[in-house]
Ligand binder design. Structure first.
Ligand code: NAD
Length: 545
């Protein structure tokens, strides 16, 4: 594996090294990478906070604090909901075209400001620059998709009435009110905003609680919303520990969109059930990839590298289990191992890094524990296998394991790091059964030269998304296609019609004309029943719904 020296940053805005100190004077001495004070203040001023307390956001590139983010109390969260509710009333009264136009302005702003966004994402998360760029691209795609399909998803539409011509029925999409969005750190930009854009378009306000480790990116995203022309009070940002501040968001919201671990998702589902509000839960996975005997081995190996090591494996849809057909196993393993060993590792802002750092010591410990446990119980390491403190405090090598068995931690539990287990299979029924094993069902990938065969096999896999001849990007980048998990990988979907309808109530309005739905002109109930029965038979003969 080749290497990249830490923080070999070209001159970009904002240049953290050119800053005049962190925004918290008490912590000046620790700030090796402190961002410019006025730049940080411009971001952190967006948090609803009266506590006077701050929390350090540290950079995995060097490990020193980047900034100190004001923390919210539960009263601050309540205040955020008051402001959001106020803003939502006038926002819901604006036209759909007005709201869609703001999304299109955001689309262009994201592309125009990509260097600044990518720098901040890399500083906060330590990921490779190419992975940070994909966040910008996904968010721009999301903004444009929902802007262009606004009428298709949200216009009031006619449906068949009880009696043709006599009953006119229509369905409107009414905003839920204020949506609570709780997001994780792994895709700090896209996770902060992508679920909120359809919520805004549908006429809702948002109270967002991003993960504490990546607050600055989420705050820059909120600033971009302001600059795109969304009213400032419409998008409230609160900060603080998940159980306390996240809990207060769930307590105040009309709907909750949560992305994170299955364990936290369960807690949130219970809280939402108590309040009888809806929620979508985008959770973890132990995602399988199947390489069939007719696969193009080189393309499959290249795709496996993307599927396993993008974002250093800290990706909900990344591949952690790789099942390869007997007939191509050895050739595939050779190609996959050599491509993996050729990856450039590093913790820096440079485009040349193929795989970046993990985000934190906790992530490094979790990944190391899975690999050490597997090795201690007999797994073989075909590539990687250890931390690389010489490249950055939380860099871990891209790791390929063989001989993983059910008693090992990494067999069925999500690692959420750059580690994959390789398995050989003999028949496709066996491969499907093993892919469906376990409690997760988020994403799968199938490699074959026969697209139709791949799609037929995909329908037998119990995952919310299945990619044929791609790892995850084909479904993730197809915004009309819903994305989410089956089984313990989640409830509900982002993207597509489901991704916006979750933020609305369907309201049916029916207008009855000329005759009532009751006996008329002195008709008895018995005669009325006969007339109704005859008309039901007639409607069936006419093929009406
Ligand atoms: P996490 O559940 O610990 O935290 C996620 C968010 O929830 C954070 O903002 C956190 O502060 C908040 N939170 C924590 N406890 C809370 C509580 N009791 N009440 C309310 N909010 C609370 O998840 P994590 O470990 O930081 O993130 C990684 C996980 O997220 C992985 O399992 C990954 O697979 C999953 N993920 C899923 C998707 C998807 O789309 N399915 C996308 C990204 C990440």
């Amino acid at each position: 594996m080749s290497e990249q020296s830490p923080a070999s940053s070209p001159d970009r805005h904002p240049d953290p090294l050119a800053g005049d100190g962190p925004a918290d004077p008490e912590h000046d001495s620790t700030a090796a990478y402190a961002l410019d004070r006025s730049y940080v203040a411009g971001l952190t001023g967006r948090v609803v906070s009266t506590t006077g307390e701050t929390h350090a956001v540290s950079s995995p590139i060097g490990g020193a604090p980047l900034a100190y983010v004001p923390q919210s109390s539960t009263q601050d969260v309540a205040e955020a909901f008051v402001r959001a509710r106020r803003a939502q009333v006038s926002w819901a009264a604006t036209s759909l075209d007005e709201r869609a136009a703001a999304l299109l302005r955001l689309h262009d702003l994201l592309l125009d400001r990509q260097d600044e966004l990518i720098d901040l994402v890399v500083w906060e998360s330590g990921k490779a620059r190419k992975d940070a760029y994909l966040e910008v691209a996904h968010l721009a795609l999301t903004a444009r998709y929902y802007a262009r399909t606004a009428h298709e998803h949200l216009d009031t539409r006619r449906v068949g009435g009880m009696f043709p011509l006599l009953t006119r029925a229509e369905v409107s999409r009414v905003p839920k009110g204020v949506v609570g969005i709780i997001s994780p750190w792994n895709y700090p930009l896209t996770m902060a905003l992508c679920d909120g854009l359809p919520a805004l378009l549908a006429g809702n306000a948002v109270v967002a609680k991003p993960d504490a480790q990546t607050m600055l990116t989420a705050l820059l995203a909120a600033r971009l919303l302001d600059q795109a022309g969304f009213p400032a009070e419409l998008w409230q940002v609160v900060a603080g520990p998940g159980p306390e501040v996240g809990g207060a968001v769930v307590a105040g919201a009309d709907y909750v969109c949560f992305t994170g671990s299955t364990a936290t998702g369960r807690l949130i589902a219970r809280q939402c059930a108590d309040r009888l509000i809806g929620c979508s839960l985008e959770l973890g996975g132990k995602n399988p990839m199947l390489v069939l005997r007719d696969a193009d081995v080189q393309r499959a190996a290249e795709g496996a590298v993307r599927g396993v090591f993008s974002n250093a494996g800290q990706l909900c849809v990344s591949t952690e289990r790789l099942f390869v057909a007997d007939q191509v196993y050895d050739r595939f393993v050779d190609a996959f191992v050599s491509r993996t060993q050729a990856l450039t590792l590093g913790a820096s802002l440079d485009w040349s890094v193929d795989m970046g750092s993990l985000i934190s010591q906790a992530q490094l410990d979790a990944v190391t524990a899975h690999v050490d446990d597997a090795v201690a119980k007999g797994a073989r390491v075909l590539a990687g296998g250890k931390a690389r403190p010489d490249l950055g405090p939380f860099v871990f090598e891209p790791t390929i394991l063989e001989g993983v068995s059910a008693d090992m931690e990494c067999f069925a539990r999500e690692t959420f790091g750059p580690v994959v287990s390789l398995y050989r299979f003999h028949g496709e029924d066996e491969a499907v059964a093993r892919a469906n094993d376990g409690s997760y069902g988020l994403n799968a990938s199938i490699w074959t030269r026969d697209g139709a065969r791949g799609r037929a096999l995909a329908r037998r896999i119990r995952c919310g998304t299945v990619n044929v001849n791609e790892a995850y990007g084909a479904t993730f980048g197809s915004l009309g296609a819903p994305m989410g998990g089956m089984r313990e990988s989640g409830v509900g979907r982002r993207q597509g019609a489901e991704g916006i309808h979750r933020y609305t109530e369907a309201q049916s309005v029916a207008t009855q004309r000329l005759v009532p739905i009751a006996p008329m002109l002195g008709m008895s109930e018995e005669t009325n029943a006969k007339v109704l029965t005859a008309s039901l038979r007639l409607l069936n003969k006419l093929g009406r719904a």
